[in-house]
Ligand binder design. Structure first.
Ligand SMILES: [Zn+2]
Length: 123
């Protein structure tokens, strides 16, 4: 399965071999060394522990959701594997994608207000 989804939908549906071309919003990663955390854990650091800008405990690099942002290169390994799998397939079915992505908001992490509404933490 090759997907642009970033929400883990295919994994929740039972797919175990998923190539995520646009990353996964359920994970966060260090831009310096690549170390990863569950996104919920990083959100907890911000919302419960009061961390303004989460950084990596291994190298001090900034953390970002593991999704591909506008202007950011596609993930090399996943893209290479997607091309390899597509070339090797006897049949390829493309479903549910216009292959167009619209810009939604700026910023990498969002804080939730006490009322439960999300707002951008950076601009
Ligand atoms: Zn790091």
């Amino acid at each position: 399965m090759i997907t642009q989804n970033i929400d883990g939908l295919h994994q929740r549906a039972g797919s175990t071999d998923v190539i995520e071309l646009h990353g996964n919003a359920m994970r966060a990663g260090c831009l310096g060394c690549g170390k990863e955390w569950p996104r919920a854990e990083v959100q907890r650091w911000m919302e419960v522990d009061g961390v303004e800008e989460p950084t990596c405990d291994a190298c001090g690099g900034p953390l970002k959701p593991k999704t591909i942002s506008f202007g950011q290169a596609m993930p090399e390994a996943e893209t290479r594997r997607a091309f390899m799998e597509a070339r090797a397939a006897d049949l390829l079915i493309a479903i549910g994608s216009s292959l167009v992505v619209f810009r939604r908001r700026r910023g990498s992490f969002r804080r939730r207000s006490r009322a439960g509404r999300a707002s951008s933490s950076s601009t």
